[in-house]
Design a protein around this ligand. Structure first.
Ligand code: 13P
Ligand code: SF4
Length: 435
C-alpha cells in the first residue's frame, strides 16, 4: 500500500469512531462479503440511502480471487494486462482506491473518461473502474463491437438512482400540463429543456435526447445551461439539485426562480404559478459523499490554517460552495493543486481517495479533506483488485463477464443527448466551475 492508500487510513479510523460519524467500519470487510448480504449501496457515504428494487447485484466470483493475497492479485492483474496488451483498456475514475487506480491506463473525471472511451477505438474491451452510469456512457460512446465491463455490478451511484425514468416521465407529463405542451413560443423557445447530469441512467439520457435536451457533467454544467437557455425558457435539471443550484446561481439566477421538484408530491410540491415563474426546476437528488461537507468544516479549516485555499466539488450544498474559495469538477481540483507554484495549504471538499492521492503526489503542499472522517463513496469502493483480476483473466480466457450494454431504443436518443454535450461550446462568461 502507498501512503495515499485510503485502506490504510480506514484501518486507522476504525479505532477512532468513524462509525459514530455515520461511516461503518465494515468498509474493511472484503467487498464480496458485503455483496453477499442484503442489497444496499454498502458501507461508506451512501449506506443510508434507500436502494431501488431491481438494482444490479454482483454474483459470487470464484474462490481463488477471494482468497488471493494483495501480492498475488497484483501479479495476476499485471500479467493479464501484459498478455491482453491493446485489446483491453482500463479506465479509472479519480475516486477509485489507489489499490485499483494503479492499474488504470487512463485516469480522469467522468467527462474525460467518457471522451477516452469514445477515442480508444482499438480496444476490444473497456474495463471501467468507476460506477454503473459511467460504464453505460462508455458503452454509448464506444463502438458496437467494443465490450464495456464493470468489474463489480453492485458499483452503482445512489445519486443517479434518485431519479428513475418513471418518475421523470410522470414529472414531465405534469409540467407539460402547466406549460401547455412541447411547442415553441413566438420567440422560438421551448417552455422547458430537460438537462440530466452525467450521473444518471442511460434511460434518463435517452429521455432528454427525445425531448430536445442535453447531458452535462460537473465540468461543463455552465456551458450546458447556456445551451439550454438558448433553446428554452426554463430547465428541468436532474438528479443533482446542488450542481443545478450552484451552476444556475453563478449565472445570476435567483433562488426564488429555482423551485425543487419532489417526485413523491403532486406538481413536485409546487403550485402552477411557481412553476410558470421558474427558470430552473431542481430535482430532489443529492450525493451523500458531498452532503457531508459543511460550512463549519470550512470555518475550522480557516481558523486552524490561516491562508488555506478551500476548493470544493459543485455537488456540495450551496452554502459550502459559497464559503469556499473555488469550486469545480474533480479535474479542476487536481489542476488547481498542480498549478500552485508556492507551497500552499489546501482544504478539499471531495471524495477521500482523490484527496489522499493528491496529498501524496504533492508533498510540497499541505492537502487535507474538509471532512475529518474518511468515508469513501460506497459504490466506487466496491471495485476491488480481486474483481479486476477476475474480469481481466476471464477476458484472456475468451469470456466477457459483467458486460454493460444499453438497449438500442434507449441508446439512440441517449447518444444524441451526449453528442449535444460534447459539441456544446462555452458561452463568453466563464465561471470557476468551468474547465
Ligand atoms: P466528476 O464529474 O467531477 O468526475 O464527478 C463524478 C462524480 O461522481 C462526483 O461525485
Ligand atoms: Fe455517486 Fe456521489 Fe459516489 Fe459520485 S461520489 S458516484 S455522485 S454517490
Amino acid at each position: 500500500m502507498t501512503s495515499a492508500s485510503v485502506d490504510l487510513t480506514l484501518r486507522d479510523l476504525s479505532t477512532r469512531g468513524a462509525a459514530d460519524a455515520g461511516c461503518s467500519t465494515r468498509l474493511l470487510d472484503a467487498p464480496w462479503d458485503v455483496d453477499a448480504t442484503d442489497p444496499g449501496y454498502g458501507p461508506g457515504a451512501s449506506m443510508a440511502d434507500p436502494i431501488p428494487a431491481g438494482a444490479p447485484a454482483q454474483g459470487e466470483i470464484p474462490q481463488e480471487y477471494r482468497d488471493a493475497s494483495a501480492e498475488e492479485l497484483d501479479r495476476r492483474i499485471l500479467a493479464a494486462k501484459a498478455a491482453l496488451g491493446d485489446r483491453a483498456l482500463v479506465l479509472g475514475h479519480y475516486y477509485q482506491r489507489d489499490e485499483v487506480i494503479r492499474y488504470a491506463d487512463y485516469v480522469g473525471d467522468s467527462f474525460q473518461l467518457a471522451t477516452a472511451a469514445k477515442a480508444r477505438t482499438e480496444a476490444e474491451a473497456i474495463i471501467f473502474c468507476g460506477v454503473h452510469f459511467m460504464a453505460e456512457t462508455a458503452d454509448l460512446l464506444s463502438g458496437p463491437e467494443q465490450a464495456v465491463i464493470l468489474p463489480n455490478l453492485a458499483a452503482g451511484c445512489s445519486m443517479a438512482d434518485m431519479a428513475d425514468i418513471d418518475q421523470v416521465e410522470e414529472a414531465w407529463e405534469q409540467l407539460m400540463e402547466v406549460y401547455g405542451g412541447e411547442s415553441e413560443d413566438a420567440d422560438g423557445l421551448m417552455p422547458i429543456i430537460p438537462v440530466t447530469y452525467m450521473n444518471s441512467s442511460a434511460a434518463l439520457k435517452g429521455f432528454v435526447g427525445r425531448h430536445g435536451g442535453i447531458v452535462c457533467t460537473s465540468s461543463n454544467a455552465t456551458t450546458v445551461l447556456h445551451w439550454a437557455f438558448a433553446r428554452g425558457r426554463r430547465v428541468l435539471f436532474f438528479p443533482d439539485q446542488h450542481l443545478g443550484r450552484n451552476t444556475a446561481k453563478a449565472m445570476g439566477i435567483g433562488l426564488e426562480q429555482m423551485p425543487m421538484w419532489n417526485p413523491r408530491r403532486p406538481l413536485g410540491g409546487n403550485d402552477a404559478q411557481g412553476l410558470l415563474e421558474a427558470k430552473v426546476v431542481l430535482w430532489h437528488g443529492f450525493c451523500s459523499v458531498h452532503k457531508r461537507f459543511t460550512t463549519a468544516q470550512i470555518d475550522k479549516a480557516r481558523a486552524e490554517h490561516p491562508g488555506v485555499r478551500v476548493i470544493v466539488h459543485p455537488e456540495c450544498p450551496m452554502p459550502v460552495v459559497d464559503a469556499a474559495d473555488e469550486s469545480g469538477s474533480t479535474d479542476v481540483i487536481r489542476r488547481a493543486i498542480e498549478g500552485a507554484e508556492e507551497p500552499t495549504t489546501f482544504a478539499i471538499g471531495t471524495e477521500i481517495n482523490l484527496v489522499q492521492r493528491l496529498a501524496a503526489a504533492h508533498p510540497q503542499h499541505t492537502i487535507f479533506c474538509l471532512d475529518p472522517v474518511v468515508c469513501p463513496c460506497s459504490t466506487m469502493y466496491r471495485i476491488h483488485p480481486g474483481y479486476l483480476a477476475w474480469v481481466l483473466e476471464s477476458l484472456l480466457a475468451g469470456e466477457v463477464v459483467n458486460r454493460i450494454t444499453v438497449g438500442q431504443d434507449v441508446a439512440e436518443p441517449a447518444r444524441l443527448a451526449l453528442e449535444r454535450m460534447l459539441s456544446a461550446k462555452p458561452a463568453p462568461a466563464r465561471t470557476t466551475t468551468e474547465r
